[in-house]
Design a protein around this ligand. Structure first.
Ligand SMILES: [Zn+2]
Length: 168
């Protein structure tokens, strides 16, 4: 199995965009070793170069190529670092729905949050025009408030271009 990822097209301006929306410092790192061993919430930025067909509960559904943001929290031993390290590994037993996406990702970055919970993060981001629920209920089985814990990210310029195309 291929155990390395390409670096993809780079994270671009997403970090500063997230920082603006969340009103807290956002440091996106490509290596879980830079994250805290304490518990807390985290965001994963996941780039899909190709479509991923989902299995299990979401069988028959497909996520198209593009950039996604997933929110989670880690309370167990090893904290955020251990959890994100698992997310970033390609060779792992599929345990959560998100595993189907992380194993197919071209690139993954992560940021940690000590003051905000996973649902706070989703609540704020899903209110912004450039984020929308990727699949209703995805990653949020235990959550009564969020539309999904996986959001699709489309910068405003893309949305504008799509609207223009539609008008034409
Ligand atoms: Zn939630």
């Amino acid at each position: 199995m291929d155990t390395s990822r390409s670096t993809g097209s780079g994270i671009g301006s997403l970090g500063s965009h997230l920082q603006e929306l969340l009103k807290t410092p956002v440091v996106l790192v490509p290596d879980a070793g830079e994250l805290s061993r304490d518990g807390g919430a985290y965001l994963l930025v996941v780039d899909l170069a190709a479509s991923v067909s989902l299995a299990g509960k979401f069988s028959g559904q497909t996520l198209g190529p593009g950039r996604y943001v997933y929110a989670g929290s880690a309370r167990g031993s090893g904290g955020i670092r251990a959890r994100v390290s698992r997310h970033m590994r390609l060779d792992k037993r599929q345990r959560w729905h998100i595993d189907q996406i992380t194993t197919g990702a071209a690139a993954i970055w992560a940021a940690e949050f000590m003051e905000l919970g996973e649902c706070d993060l989703i609540g704020i981001l899903s209110g912004a025009a450039s984020f929308s629920a990727a699949l209703p209920g995805f990653g949020s089985t235990d959550c009564a408030t969020c539309p999904a814990h996986l959001l699709r990210y489309e910068p405003a310029t893309n949305l504008l271009a799509r609207t223009r195309n539609r008008i034409r």
